[in-house]
Write a protein that binds this ligand. Structure first.
Ligand SMILES: [Ca+2]
Ligand SMILES: [Ca+2]
Length: 167
């Protein structure tokens, strides 16, 4: 065999050991990376539900009443019609005030979704007694509440991302 002095060729065993070590390291890091990604999505979602609650509050500040189409004071899906109100593109926002910005693609359909592709939920104080009924989240002392069903996509579970401080 023609060996260069001082140089060492990797044997198959050595290569396998290196590959195994890389594999173990990757396996150790992978959950941490996934966790960091999940946490970043929750943070973005949290900022969004807060922004949506601020938007509803601003709407009420400007109009002094809630949209006539929402008489229930209960948890509702933030559907495209509701997004249109906040975007100033609805008869329920006659002064066409834009309470939130939307990416172009969403402004075309108003189909606003959370980080997990589900619609947001909201409750507004349409009976004007300074609280809202946010479904199983309970009665909250505020005039508007917004939440996301969170990573599991199921409403009223522990991972919901909410615009108020959880107890
Ligand atoms: Ca109420
Ligand atoms: Ca949930």
């Amino acid at each position: 065999m023609n060996k260069t002095p001082g140089r060492h060729a990797f044997t198959l065993i050595e290569l396998l050991v290196v590959i195994a070590i890389i594999g173990i390291l990757a396996a150790m890091l992978f959950p941490a990376v996934l966790k960091a990604i999940k946490q970043a999505r929750i943070a973005r979602c949290s900022a969004m539900v807060t922004q949506l609650e601020v938007a509803w509050n601003s709407y009420y500040r400007d109009y002094g009443l809630w949209p006539q189409s929402y008489p229930s004071d209960q948890a509702m899906e933030l559907d495209p019609a509701a997004v249109q109100i906040l975007y100033g593109a609805s008869a329920d926002n006659p002064r066409n005030i834009r309470y939130m910005d939307l990416p172009e693609a969403i402004a075309a359909t108003f189909d606003l979704r959370d980080e997990w592709k589900n619609r947001y939920w909201f409750a507004i104080d349409t009976d004007y007694d300074d609280d809202v009924s946010a479904g199983t989240h309970g009665v909250l002392t505020r005039i508007a509440a917004v939440w996301s069903t969170g990573p599991d996509g199921i409403n009223y579970t522990k991972d919901d991302v909410v615009s108020w401080r959880k107890k």
